[in-house]
Design a protein around this ligand. Structure first.
Ligand code: ATR
Length: 273
C-alpha cells in the first residue's frame, strides 16, 4: 500500500487521516495515511526518513510549513510566492512542495458556500505564513479590494508589496489591525490569535454585515474565538475553516493520486463527529 502522512507538532488531533481515509475509500484507492510527530528541531530528518521508508507524500502542518518550503527541492504553484508548503509530492525522485490551502479556502467559500469573491471588498487579518499561503488564490478571484491588516503593520505592507504583480483590478492596501476603517463584504482571519483565545481583533464596525471566515476550525458545536466574536459584533454570517481543511486535503489527494475526491460526504461526516 502507498504510504502518506501528516507531519506536525503536535499532530495527535489531526483530522487528516480520517479525511484521506474517506477519500481513498470513496475513490477505491488503497493507501495508508499516518500521523508523524516530528521533534521541533528535526523536521528535515523526520520527513527524509519517511520518504526513505517508501513514503509517497506528506502533508505538513503547524509549525513546519515554512521549514517544508526550505526542505523541498522545488516549489510549484502557490507555494512559489507563498514560501509556505502544506503538501509534498514525490515527483520522479524529486521532492516538490505545493500549497493547497488557498485553493481549499477559495473552494470552500465559492463552491461549498456559494459566495462569490469577485468584485467584493475583502479584508484579510494577519500577515504570517497562513496569510501568505492564501493571498494569491484570493486575488485570483478578482475582488474589488484586498486589505491586509496585521498587528505589526510592516509585515502587512511587505505582503502587499509582494502582491502587486498579481493584482489585476483589485485595489490592494495594508494597515495595522487597530487602524482598520471602512466596510467589508468578506473578512478572513488568518492570525493565530485564536490559539490564545483571542477573537476580538478589530473594531466591530468593520465586520458588521460581513461574511466572516476563520481559517481554523472548532471542535464539535463550539465556535472559534473569532467566529464567536464576529457573531456578537453583528457579522452577516460566519464560518470556521473545516471546509477549507477538507478542500485543501482534496487538492493534495489529487496531486498525489490524480483523482479529485468529492468532499460533501466527508464534510458531513466531520460535522457529525
Ligand atoms: P501562521 O503560520 O499561523 O500564520 P505566523 O507566521 O507566526 O503563524 O503568523 C502569526 C500571525 O498571527 C501574524 O500575522 C501575527 O501578527 P504579528 O505579525 O503582528 O505578530 C498574528 N497574531 C498572533 N497573535 C496575535 C494577536 N494576539 N493579535 C493579533 N494578531 C496576532
Amino acid at each position: 500500500m502507498d504510504r502518506y502522512a501528516v507531519v506536525g507538532n503536535p499532530v495527535e488531533h489531526s483530522l487528516s487521516p480520517v479525511i484521506h481515509g474517506e477519500f481513498a475509500r470513496q475513490a477505491g484507492e488503497r493507501i495508508l495515511y499516518e500521523k508523524l510527530l516530528a521533534p521541533l528541531d528535526a523536521f528535515d530528518e523526520t520527513v527524509a526518513g519517511f520518504f526513505a521508508a517508501s513514503g509517497r507524500g506528506v502533508n505538513v502542518t503547524v509549525p513546519f510549513k515554512e521549514q517544508a518550503a526550505k526542505w523541498v527541492q522545488r516549489l510549484e504553484g502557490d507555494a512559489v510566492s507563498a514560501g509556505v508548503v502544506n503538501t509534498i509530492v514525490d515527483r520522479d525522485g524529486a521532492w516538490v512542495g505545493f500549497n493547497t490551502d488557498g485553493v481549499g479556502l477559495v473552494r470552500d467559500i465559492t463552491v461549498n458556500q456559494e459566495r462569490s469573491l469577485e468584485g467584493r471588498r475583502v479584508l484579510l487579518l494577519g500577515a504570517g505564513g497562513a496569510a501568505r499561503g492564501v493571498v494569491r488564490p484570493l486575488l485570483a478571484q478578482n475582488p474589488a479590494e484586498l486589505t491586509v491588516a496585521n498587528r505589526g503593520v510592516a509585515k502587512a505592507q511587505a505582503l502587499v508589496a509582494a502582491l502587486e504583480d498579481w493584482a489585476r483590478e483589485t485595489r490592494c492596501g495594508a494597515c495595522a489591525l487597530d487602524e482598520v476603517t471602512g466596510e467589508f463584504d468578506v473578512v478572513i482571519n488568518a492570525t493565530s490569535a485564536g490559539l490564545a483565545g483571542r477573537g476580538d481583533l478589530l473594531a466591530a464596525t468593520s465586520v458588521r454585515g460581513a461574511f466572516c471566515y476563520d481559517l481554523v476550525y472548532a471542535a464539535g458545536a463550539a465556535q472559534t474565538p473569532f467566529c464567536a466574536w464576529a457573531t456578537g459584533a453583528g457579522a452577516g454570517a460566519v464560518s470556521d475553516g473545516l471546509g477549507m481543511l477538507v478542500e485543501q486535503a482534496a487538492e493534495a489527494f489529487r496531486l498525489w493520486r490524480g483523482v479529485r475526491p468529492a468532499t460533501a460526504e466527508v464534510m458531513a461526516l466531520l460535522r457529525r463527529r
